[in-house]
Design a protein around this ligand. Structure first.
Ligand code: HEM
Length: 218
């Protein structure tokens, strides 16, 4: 997969890199997706959208490593804003960091602004938040405690207009590659350790290097 340069800022491309990183780490999901896509038209994005394990795997990758880790354009009104019992001063840029929310366990989030510390109590939204479990998105809904936590494309009137296009592209590319290839880490990749270790948050996520081998199924 592509190694990013320092100036790069994209969303669909890192989403694919991160998805294939998870697939290489947990190859059983490659085979589950393969079983799903064998019987459908792999060039039909609408047909691919009906496949639960494919969508579950994409969601789970976006939950743990969203392409937009923290970015937000939200600003509090000039008079300030009370959020869950905490007063946020006016004209303050605020964000609900997707990376953190996707993995949260019990302790409070502490944020600081102009030397003042704010503390937010946020319960975990997922059971086993650090584990890669695509089934939580279809056959094991009890592993999601609060659906509102999942917002890789944002929410509200400034949410992503390219969402459906991006998901169609990701499903089409994934189906094509999984159908033709077995996928694993290149030798020396050490289970893809550089992907998260070297990842940067530069408006969008810039994953560390992820070298994979695509081996024909024929
Ligand atoms: C996996 C791929 C993508 C992800 C994860 C993603 C994520 C996001 C996020 C988090 C936002 C901010 C939402 C907010 O402020 O609440 C956003 C906004 C936006 N996205 Fe995407 N995006 C993706 C693909 C695309 C594509 C392919 C396009 C265009 C074809 C696109 C166009 C836009 C535009 C125009 C906005 C600004 C919307 C506004 O402010 O009204 N995105 N996206």
């Amino acid at each position: 997969m592509r190694q990013w340069t320092d100036s790069c800022s994209d969303t669909t491309a890192p989403s694919l890199t991160l998805l294939f990183y998870f697939l290489a780490r947990y190859p059983m999901h490659i085979e589950k997706i393969y079983e799903e896509i064998r019987e459908v038209d792999r060039e039909n994005a609408a047909a691919l959208a009906t496949l639960p394990h494919l969508t579950g795997t994409i969601n789970e990758a976006m939950r743990l490593l969203p392409a937009v880790l923290t970015f937000s354009s939200r600003v509090t009104p000039p008079e300030g804003l009370m959020i869950d019992g905490t007063f946020i001063p006016g004209n303050t840029k605020i964000c609900a960091p997707r990376y953190t929310i996707g993995r949260r366990e019990k302790p409070p989030i502490v944020a600081s602004f102009r030397n003042t510390e704010f503390e937010f109590q946020v319960e975990t939204a997922y059971v086993y938040p650090h584990e890669f479990i695509p089934e939580r998105w279809y056959s094991q809904p009890e592993l999601i405690k609060d659906k509102r936590a999942f917002a890789p494309f944002g929410v509200g009137r400034t949410s992503c207009v390219g969402r459906h296009l991006a998901l169609a592209q990701i499903r089409l590319v994934t189906a094509a590659l999984v159908f033709h290839y077995r996928i694993k880490f290149a030798s020396g990749e050490n289970n893809g350790e550089a992907v998260e270790r070297d990842m940067k948050d530069q408006l969008t996520a810039q994953p560390g290097a992820c070298r994979l081998v695509f081996q024909s199924r024929l």
